[in-house]
Design a protein around this ligand. Structure first.
Ligand SMILES: NC(=O)c1ccc[n+]([C@@H]2O[C@H](COP(=O)([O-])OP(=O)(O)OC[C@H]3O[C@@H](n4cnc5c(N)ncnc54)[C@H](O)[C@@H]3O)[C@@H](O)[C@H]2O)c1
Ligand SMILES: O=C(O)[C@H](O)COP(=O)(O)O
Length: 529
């Protein structure tokens, strides 16, 4: 398998990939977009930082691609939507560079309080100016943190150690976490009005773009100091430049920019009260070693064993969770495949219901396995757990998931139901049996059956008459088909019955036609699980 390391990740990470038997590693840093298109044509994985852009065009040029691994947090340089459609896993390493970025943020905070970079520059220029570089203290000042995730939290801890009051705005910040961190959760307007220093630590999204614009700056104290080590565009650069010029914003520290690299002639470069770093948040030896090795391990796990961690476009399952969920994934895939094969082609909805123990587990991955199983034989695209929900939607099939608390005779039950264009339901129910957690089918279209969820099945609805089992057995025997397992079910004696026959080989076309045309058989479906 071929892995392209497109941005510079740690030597340890690259070495880990090279050590894997069967891996061919190509390192190509600083490639042009055209070169990237050429490089990706036969790769199975790409490792990037924030430089190489993995666009839709790049994804289209990489038919073998299974995974894009980001050695870092932000995946702004990856077209995640296009990757999801193509079934490509996008994963990051969320915590390896947290401390590095929190420490750089704190460096900027200190430089915003004490103009060290400016003073240092004059010293290098041979000057001795003690008057021009007076500063302020952090002690007893209020720090406003917008975005109290991993990095925001680490910045808060350091600010508390400096004797600062910390207020935080984060719509997802639990009061218990705020309390534990000794920060005051406040509304954004309160944070803007009360803070002497403001630092932002959230992703750039439609909601956060230009969150700190002219209107927000007007709400700030005169002399406020602003910092952005998260993503360019959270603070609107034109508004910041204007406010730095008037002194309304006394100082700013930026590591990230609306356009990177920052334009040579950007006004930010010439303002005296701003200090700039070229996106260095994650650039420490420790952080790079951590994220480089983590992404190398994660890529290896996906390619070698299908274990997905830290995916941003699908639920991740770690080893422990996989152990618990594995049998359900197998059962789910089989049920999805079964239902697709006993249903008509025009499907309006795919409904999944969970009962029992599985209700308390994170069943997202099982849902995707069911959807993948359902789509396996009908989608022209390669279906996997990443793109299954997208492909379902693109076929106009509505997806519904219910977790039920009602009683059932089994420890666990999964029902997969499709509703066709006429509103008719077709469904299969399955469970895991015994210590070995064998996947079993225990219901088809409302009839109780009991058959192993594997191999080749013949699902028959026949008239409930004496001799039917013998007739089917004779028919299959004549066709040279051996019966492995059989389950019979009926609702009312003398009406129709269901027969689910597990066979060792598939009946030939002529035998199938004979079964379908049998006057006492209303429905015959041949299913491969
Ligand atoms: N400068 C660098 O080199 C560097 C390095 C690492 C991370 N980053 C960036 O730093 C940012 C934070 O990273 P993290 O690891 O702490 O992420 P995180 O996911 O742990 O934290 C983000 C926080 O932002 C909050 N949030 C989301 N929307 C919000 C909104 N509208 N208003 C306020 N808060 C909101 C979330 O609830 C979450 O708590 C990301 O943008 C990441 O890409 C930059
Ligand atoms: O999101 C991140 O992890 C940071 O922006 C780091 O980016 P880098 O890996 O390009 O330094």
């Amino acid at each position: 398998m071929k892995i392209l390391v497109a941005d510079k990740i740690s030597a340890k990470g690259v070495a880990y990939l090279r050590e894997q038997p069967g891996f061919e590693v190509v390192e190509a840093y600083g490639s042009s977009p055209e070169q990237v298109l050429e490089l990706v044509k036969d790769v199975h994985a790409i490792a990037v930082r924030s430089e190489t852009k993995i666009t839709r065009e790049v994804l289209d040029a990489a038919p073998e691609l299974k995974v894009v691994g980001r050695a870092g947090v932000g995946v702004d340089n990856v077209d995640v939507e296009a990757a999801t459609e193509r079934g490509v896993v996008v994963m990051n390493t969320p915590s390896g560079n947290t401390i590095a970025t929190a420490e750089l943020t704190f460096t900027h905070l200190l430089c915003g309080a004490r103009p060290v970079p400016q003073a240092a520059a004059t010293m290098k220029a041979g000057k001795w100016d003690r008057k021009a570089f007076a500063g302020v203290e952090l002690f007893h000042k209020t720090l406003g943190i917008v975005g109290m995730g991993r990095i925001g939290g680490e910045v808060a801890k350091r600010a508390k150690a400096f004797g600062m009051r910390v207020v935080a705005y984060d719509p997802y910040l639990a009061p218990s976490r705020a309390k534990a961190m000794q920060v005051e959760g406040v509304e954004l307007d309160t944070l803007l009005a009360e803070s002497d220093f403001i630092t932002v630590h959230m992703p750039l999204t439609d909601d956060t773009k230009y969150m700190i614009d002219e209107a927000a700056l007007e709400k700030c104290k005169s002399g406020v100091r602003l910092f952005n080590c998260a993503r360019g565009g959270i603070i609107k650069e034109t508004a910041l430049i204007a406010a730095l010029k008037t002194g309304h914003v006394a100082a700013a520290g930026l590591d990230v920019y609306e356009d990177e690299p920052l334009a040579v002639d950007s006004e930010l470069r010439s303002l005296p009260n701003v200090s700039l770093t070229p996106h260095l948040g994650a650039s420490t030896a420790e952080a790079q070693a951590a994220v480089g090795v983590e992404i190398a391990e994660q890529i290896t796990d996906v390619l070698k064993s299908g274990v997905i961690r830290n995916a941003v476009n699908m639920p991740s399952i770690d080893g422990a969770a996989l152990k618990v969920l594995g049998p359900y994934l197998d059962l789910g895939t089989k049920l999805g495949t079964l239902v697709q094969q006993i249903s008509p082609a025009q499907i309006a909805a795919l409904k999944i219901t969970y009962w029992g123990k599985i209700v308390d587990l994170d069943a997202n991955a099982v849902t995707r396995a069911i959807q993948r199983g359902f789509l396996r034989r009908i989608s022209a695209d390669d279906v996997n757990d990443v793109n299954a929900p997208f492909l379902l939607k693109s076929l106009g099939i509505e997806a519904e998931v219910t977790k039920s608390n009602s009683d059932s005779d089994y420890t666990d039950l999964i029902q997969v139901e499709v509703v066709d264009g006429e509103g008719t339901s077709h469904r299969a129910v399955g469970t895991l049996l015994g210590k070995a957690q064998q996947p079993r089918i225990v219901g088809i279209n409302g009839r109780e059956v009991e058959v192993a969820a594997e191999g080749k099945l013949l699902v028959l609805e026949n008239l409930d008459l004496p001799g039917m089992v013998g007739e089917i057995g004779t028919l299959l025997g004549r066709a040279g088909v051996n019966i492995a397992d059989m389950s019979l079910s009926r609702l009312v004696q003398g009406e129709t019955a269901y027969m689910v026959v597990r066979v060792d080989s598939e009946p030939k076309e002529a035998a199938r036609e004979e079964i379908k045309a049998h006057p006492k058989i209303k429905l015959a479906k041949f299913v491969q699980l």
